[in-house]
Design a protein around this ligand. Structure first.
Ligand code: 4NP
Length: 160
């Protein structure tokens, strides 16, 4: 059984599809693609059905990563379906846990940046209204955080 990871941002067109595809990319590179299953979602309904943002795809492509996916909204059922849910920023974290008022799934929800080892950021910054630098930074930060996350998942693999 693979370990199921869900990456969550606001629109599901920039940060979370990047995290999902970067995680798959790193797992393939390290020969452990079968150990994980990744998906992504947005807390909002703004972009349901949309492909990843063109500017985000360009930044990822420059690092050799193709972004695939179709935006969907995070739903309550995701709490049961996934082993770990990664919020890109504090607003995402709060909005996810708002759907779990009893706190039943609180331990499954973590901040993406907790897994970064080379970046001090607490949040993956929202690049949507900024320039190319912001999109490139998201890729760099997510390469770091996904690397740390993959290491953590593989270390604990025998527990799952
Ligand atoms: P994401 O970026 O949450 O990383 O997908 C955004 C996408 C769309 C909007 C904001 C952030 N928006 O306001 O439409």
């Amino acid at each position: 059984m693979s370990y199921k990871l869900l990456f969550v941002c606001l629109g599901n067109i920039c940060r979370s599809p990047s995290a999902e595809n970067i995680m798959n990319h790193l797992a393939s590179q390290r020969g452990c693609a079968n150990a994980i299953a990744c998906d992504s979602a947005g807390t909002s309904s703004y972009h349901i059905g949309a492909s990843p943002d063109r500017r985000m795809r360009l930044a990822a492509k420059e690092r050799g990563i193709d972004l695939q996916g179709e935006a969907r909204q995070f739903i309550r059922e995701d709490f049961e379906k996934f082993d770990l849910i990664l919020a890109m920023d504090r607003d995402n974290y709060r909005d996810i846990l708002r759907l779990d008022p009893e706190g039943k799934y609180k331990d499954k929800v973590r901040m993406m940046c907790d897994f970064a080892t080379n970046h001090p950021d607490k949040d993956v910054p929202d690049p949507y209204y900024g320039g190319a630098d912001g999109f490139n930074y998201v890729i760099d930060l997510l390469l770091d955080a996904c690397g740390g996350l993959l290491e953590e998942v593989m270390k604990n693999q025998d527990k799952y």
